[in-house]
Design a binder for this molecule. Sequence first.
Ligand SMILES: NC(=O)c1ccc[n+]([C@@H]2O[C@H](COP(=O)([O-])OP(=O)(O)OC[C@H]3O[C@@H](n4cnc5c(N)ncnc54)[C@H](OP(=O)(O)O)[C@@H]3O)[C@@H](O)[C@H]2O)c1
Length: 343
Amino acid sequence: MSILVTGATGFIGRYVCAALTSQGQQVIAMMRRPEELASLRASVKQFGGDPHLLNAVHGDLDLSKLGITESLPALSAVIHLGARFAWGMSHQAAHQTNVVGALSVADLASAHHCRFILITGFMLENISHLARIGIDINQPRATQWQKVYRRTGGYEASKLEAAIRVREYCLEKNIELVEVQPATVAGHSQTGDLDIAQPLYSLIDNVATGRLAMVPGSPAHWLPLIPVDVLADIIAAACSADTPPVRILALDKHTPNLQPMLAVVAKSLRKRAPQQYLPVALLRFLLRIPGMQTLMRTSIEALDFIQTTRFDTDITTAFMQQHNIVMPNINQVIINSSERYRT
Ligand SMILES: NC(=O)c1ccc[n+]([C@@H]2O[C@H](COP(=O)([O-])OP(=O)(O)OC[C@H]3O[C@@H](n4cnc5c(N)ncnc54)[C@H](OP(=O)(O)O)[C@@H]3O)[C@@H](O)[C@H]2O)c1
């Protein structure tokens, strides 16, 4: 049996392919450009996986039936990581790839009668935030999605809509759904490897270049993190576990609050950490000034992820213990990510 992975070429996907193949699992990467398989195999090898167990099939989330024309082997699971991941996207494009695409991937899992591992995000567990942006989690069908897209931007809205629609669809079609809900992804716990396009990289870059003169929010605000390798191990375990939890919140609750986190980054970069706080509402207002988002290299859309809610991670902790996955010291992960940035 094989596991099909969408988004295999992405930052998280490459580590997921490495984790799965290191456990002897056959993996099929659904790729828009399968001719780049050799490069993906090289990353998988570098990250400790077995490149010989990795193959590719052409597929695109934007195409009908994913554009897959080859016949696939029997699948034990489908992992859906593929997404348009950027700030300032057109709502239509975000909806097409992230919502319609996710439903097509759920359809594929249904056709193969296999488990569907959907990668969503930790904000789905922030119920008061969802209510604020117009989603009643008990009555998700009543959501006026256009308003949510306008309020949060294309990325967050489409990821929330995808999760809610896929949950409904899987229930209707009797598909076994496991949702992994990652916090903002930090670098590899040992090497600090972090893609330039990742939100944490931008934050580190803003500290390094002195653009972040003040701390967004208050002393209670934080940006929960999860190291990429731990997330990959959790996703791999969600495939192999006999009865995984329905939702796994992948988040280190020991992530320091934002100011101490920035202080750790600044110390690693030998820079001064910002000390003064700028309320999120005021920052949101300032970022609406034309040109300000570019100047501050900060997007209004990123601000929702900096918040004060604390989360219950007991289910995740128990699952990680069952699968011998250890959460490393998150301060050290932040240091490693920052030091890797410097090199
Ligand atoms: N990184 C985080 O902090 C974070 C936190 C929570 C949740 N997540 C979720 O985790 C998933 C992976 O994130 P990431 O950080 O690894 O993202 P990433 O590095 O931007 O990777 C995105 C992946 O999606 C693929 N993709 C994009 N459009 C596609 C399309 N039309 N058809 C097929 N594949 C397409 C890309 O393939 P190409 O190589 O063809 O471009 C790439 O493999 C996403 O669903 C994201 O929402 C991420």
